[in-house]
Write a protein that binds this ligand. Structure first.
Ligand code: AHR
Length: 513
């Protein structure tokens, strides 16, 4: 592997009196870390209009669809190369009995979606629909199994139903009877969700034992291809990780999945659009906490698993605000602004920089729920600022991490400070370098100087995502209000790349040789 180094210099913002500059030389590691594309994963729960109206409209709909799946949504998600999709929950998963969602639609029982608005769930979207959707998207399915109110038998039946060849046992035969002869390829299996909360309000000791029991009976066809994911901690519940790492044998687990939402205050989450700077600042503070959470959970994992055999996933993350006025509070429908673009860009940079242990992440959620990448209204669809961030970061998928270290200038608000700049970089298979730079500062531009001489970069192209205000967002009447544009604000001389990154902006550069 080629050895190279470069320097990243950050010069403090133009509006400050004294310009600070930091120059750091970074040598690429010889043991290369690949940024798993699964860090760019998504999540589809039976919640509000995520599945029904979002992904699925039924095959009698006038909205263009294939087998009931919206084609506009498929096309948009393929554009961001969606690597995986987690389903059916979330909290819903621990109430879900998968056999309710197979066979003739008219025979499927309706249930009450007790977590999300107490609405009727008619099970018209089930296992076949979801796994066929994943095939259409060319995304890997991630099935989240019911541990809270389910049984090991139910889970092993689901595994056999989906992944074993027809003719091998009754479950795969039932699948074939239901129209699918070939098994699907399902590697990722969640063993419960938020076991400390909606998944059963368990103590970590109890869940660790229950996990061991369920995982014991999870047998794929080849018997070694399943990737078993334990329900991990909520935020900074480090005891949860400690107990799981202590008590679950390594041969029974592939990953632990952390959840962390950027929430201002669970009792007063604030509006998604008309937020104040104070609310923006707190959202970003909560979002940036992800870095510390990963470091602390990883430190515990390292104690028990220095070989890093067990991965850390973050299979729910994102901004969570009050629902849009007039919408069902149980549907978690919220708009998505430049604040969300900042949140997404900075968080994805954190994941990239921790790619040695963080192997998957799933933003919550894909469509019409929380920090969605897509919003729909009947036949209309729009792409949110968060969608654009995912599109701009595609070059990082499965690329080799280039570690960066620098001291950021600070974004200060009412006496509190946060690092204004976040960054990550990678090199793709064809040797192209990509730099994603985020300036969360609400007021100040910052000058960035990258010493790229050693990389042999001679030219650069780029894109910027920014807006007039942090509150700007896309609407069905004005769907392109916030969209990336070409960025030609770089200047290259003496092997150095200089740019000024405006307030609340995100720039992705591609270095060309
Ligand atoms: O994403 C919404 C909910 O948040 C999920 O169902 C649950 O796992 C989490 O508490």
């Amino acid at each position: 592997m080629k050895s190279f180094f470069f320097t990243l210099t950050l010069l403090c913002g133009l509006a400050t009196v004294t310009a600070q500059s930091v120059a750091i030389t970074v040598e690429a590691p010889t043991d290369t870390t690949v940024i798993s594309r699964h860090i760019y994963g998504h999540f589809a729960e039976h919640l509000g209009r995520n599945i029904y109206g979002g992904f699925y409209v039924g095959d009698t709909s006038e909205i263009p669809n294939r087998e009931g799946i919206r084609l506009d949504v498929v096309e948009a998600l393929k554009e961001i190369e969606i690597p995986n999709l987690r389903w059916p929950g979330g909290c819903f998963a621990d109430t879900y009995h998968w056999k309710d969602g197979i066979g003739p639609v008219e025979d499927r029982p309706s249930i009450l979606n007790v977590w999300w608005g107490n609405v009727k769930e008619d099970n018209s979207f089930g296992t076949h629909n979801f796994l066929n959707l994943c095939e259409m998207l060319d995304a890997e399915p991630y099935l989240s199994a019911n541990v809270g109110s389910g049984t090991p038998q139910e889970l092993t039946d689901w595994i056999k139903y989906t992944t074993h060849p027809a003719g091998s046992s009754p479950m795969p035969d039932l699948r074939a009877e239901n129209g699918r002869e070939e098994p699907w390829d399902v590697k990722y299996w969640g063993v419960g969700n938020e076991a400390w909360g909606c998944g059963g309000n368990m103590r970590p000791e109890y869940y660790a034992d229950l996990y061991r029991r369920f995982a014991t009976f999870m047998t794929g066809w080849q018997n070694d291809e399943l990737y078993r994911i334990a329900s991990g901690a909520s935020g900074d519940d480090y005891k949860w990780t400690e107990v799981l790492m202590q008590n679950i044998p390594k041969n029974l687990i592939e990953a632990i999945a952390l959840h962390h939402y950027a929430v201002i205050d669970w009792a007063a989450k604030g509006p998604a659009v008309d937020f104040t700077e104070n609310q923006y600042f707190i959202t970003m503070k909560e979002a940036l906490k992800m870095d510390e959470l990963i470091e602390e959970h990883v430190a515990i994992m390292d104690k028990y698993d220095p070989e890093k055999r067990v991965d850390l996933l973050v299979d729910e993350w994102g901004g969570w605000y009050e629902v849009e006025p007039g919408t069902n509070p149980g549907f978690l429908y919220q708009q998505n602004t430049m604040r969300d673009a900042m949140l997404a860009g900075a968080t994805l940079n954190i994941f990239n920089n921790h790619a040695d242990r963080v192997k998957m992440a799933n933003i919550a959620q894909a469509i019409n729920v929380l920090q969605a990448v897509i919003l729909t209204d009947e036949e209309k669809m729009l792409l949110t600022p968060t969608y654009h961030v995912f599109r701009m970061y595609v070059p990082h998928h499965d690329a080799t991490l280039i570690p960066l270290s620098f001291e950021s200038p600070m974004y200060t608000f009412e006496g509190e400070s946060l690092p204004a700049i976040s960054a990550s970089a990678s090199r793709d298979d064809e040797g192209r370098m990509h730099f994603s730079l985020v300036n969360i500062d609400s007021k100040q531009s910052h000058e960035i100087e990258l010493d790229v001489a050693a990389l042999g970069i001679t030219g650069v192209t780029g894109e910027i995502l920014t807006a007039e205000t942090l509150q700007e967002h896309n609407t069905f009447d004005n769907p392109d209000q916030v969209a990336p544009t070409d960025f030609d604000g770089t200047e290259m001389s003496d092997g150095k790349l200089r740019l000024t990154i405006p307030p609340f902006s995100l720039v992705v550069l591609q270095g060309t040789k």
